[in-house]
Design a protein around this ligand. Sequence first.
Ligand code: HEM
Length: 294
Amino acid sequence: MAYRIFGINFGTIFDSLPWLAYFARNVPGLGEDVKRMREMGIGKAALRNKQGSKTKDLFYYLSNDDLPEEKKANPAIVIAEGILATVAGSDTTSNALTVALYFLLKNQDAYRRLQAEVDKFYPQGEDPLDSKHYKDMEFLEAVINETLRMYPAVMSGSQRSVMRGQGGKLIGQYYIPEDTQVRIPTYTLHRDPRNFSPYPDTFWPDRWLIAEGRQESKEEIVHQVNAFIPFSFGPANCVGKNLAWTQLRMVLVALLHKFEIKPVKGWDADEWERLITEQYITMRTSLPVILERR
Ligand code: HEM
């Protein structure tokens, strides 16, 4: 698949060559999408500032609306944080949802099991957007975990570096000299049979239920949850993790509650998966489905 430079995937380049961004910004036509997004962010932030906070949402805290007037946040920082949150919180979750649906359509057993769980906790007439049962839905949790294991939204992981002037650092058996960037590729870590086996390259939600003692298994499994880091790890890990989990559960439950989802005729599942690429975030093509009201 051709690598298309359009916006988010600039990150792949600038992540490793940050100085290039200063030049790229002045090349006409390059990064138009990013500029448009920035303008949109500025417009929305200005509008929101004018309207003030009606609810205690993310913007309320980013703007320091909970603090006295003199501690109001710098608008430029609020805009930058707002754009970061918009990107970090939309492409990632939509990706995970699309890939989860892909795996469910490809694995009809898993689809039926999830459907049965949705119907048990949210029979017709119940509100699937009421989150009261989400935590008890074990198979749903296993499906989401397995989706994030197979295709974490940031497959290469985000980088870290030993700051200049700090001296080198020893991480396990590896010496990292100062001013050096390192990253742990999440995709590779998640598919390493030393961390998850059997079938490390196969969507198998059962592994999560077996590991938690909720399901019997004749097979020995390796299940290193410490090596499961779709939301990254450490002090700069994803701030939206809990929100993301709620969104993923809510949308999947609501979709299966309201619709029977089928792939369009002639859909080539393997080809669809082959077209998933790593472009800073995980990119995929649209998933051609038919929704039939249940
Ligand atoms: C399935 C959904 C999501 C996944 C897999 C995901 C994953 C990640 C990852 C891997 C990082 C990098 C952290 C690091 O460098 O260590 C990150 C950062 C971040 N995420 Fe998420 N994310 C998701 C949803 C969300 C949502 C819904 C929000 C809501 C606003 C969000 C907000 C952020 C922000 C603001 C950062 C930057 C944190 C920082 O630099 O301190 N994410 N996310």
